[in-house]
Design a protein around this ligand. Structure first.
Ligand code: CA
Length: 234
């Protein structure tokens, strides 16, 4: 079945190139120009992924993301004209899967959309089929490197790209303490605009997701002035 993309973008020229690129790759696109329309469209029929422009005339893509996240883990990609750390951190804190800064090539956006959909396929579903060859395991958490997924108590965790990379990095070396700057290098590839706050914000999000699955949030341990580690069960 064709994957449905909800596209919020008020600039017609940008929307046109994105719609064309997405449709050429077989996606079905629902395009809206206003935040209010995006929410209506979402409620009328949740898409497989949402691409949200940050700056729109009646509000912002961030507001739309917040509203969507109350009920849905659908992957979200932000489009932004501003390349500011605060925007990027906010976007990722809100649970976005990716963040693209204008000007971008439509092909780049499509490539990211495809990658995210591939990664999120099956997340949240039963994990029976895959973790027969776990590469890393710590108690209830099993990292499946091949499928780029992490199972928790038998089902996959719905994780954004950076949440996955962060938890996977910790899981590969249980009990090993990673400093925030190490994590920035390993997870964010040393991107210039990451900060300690980026790491802390993602740990917070991960703990919330683990708690939702009934796992103690302390599985990810904070080491004062040192960093984070995964705790092995006693
Ligand atoms: Ca705009």
């Amino acid at each position: 079945m064709r994957k449905r993309i909800l596209l919020l973008e008020d600039e017609q020229a940008i929307a046109d190139t994105l719609i064309y690129a997405l449709q050429s790759e077989g996606f079905e696109v629902r395009h809206v120009r206003l935040a209010g329309e995006a929410l209506q469209a979402f409620e009328a029929g949740p898409p497989d992924l949402a691409v949200l422009d940050v700056g729109v005339p009646d509000g912002s893509g961030f507001d739309v993301c917040r509203a969507i996240r109350k009920t849905s883990e659908v992957p979200i990609v932000f489009l932004s004209a501003r390349h500011e750390e605060i925007d990027r951190v906010l976007g990722l804190e809100l649970g976005a899967d990716d963040y693209v800064v204008k000007p971008f090539s439509p092909r780049e956006v499509v490539a990211r959309v495809r990658a995210i959909l591939r990664r999120s396929a099956g997340s949240g579903g039963p994990a029976a089929a895959v973790p027969n060859a776990p590469v890393a395991q710590a108690g209830a958490l099993v990292l499946d490197e091949a499928a780029q997924r992490i199972a928790c108590l038998g089902s996959y965790l719905p994780l954004t790209r950076y949440e996955f990379q962060l938890l996977a990095t910790l899981l590969r070396r249980p009990e090993r303490i990673f400093s925030r700057s190490e994590l920035m290098d390993l997870v964010w590839g040393g991107a210039a605009d990451t900060s300690d706050r980026t790491v802390d914000a993602h740990v917070k999000l991960l703990r919330a997701k683990l708690r939702e699955r009934g796992l103690m949030a302390e599985v990810i341990q904070t080491h004062r002035n040192m960093g984070y580690s995964i705790r092995l069960p006693d």
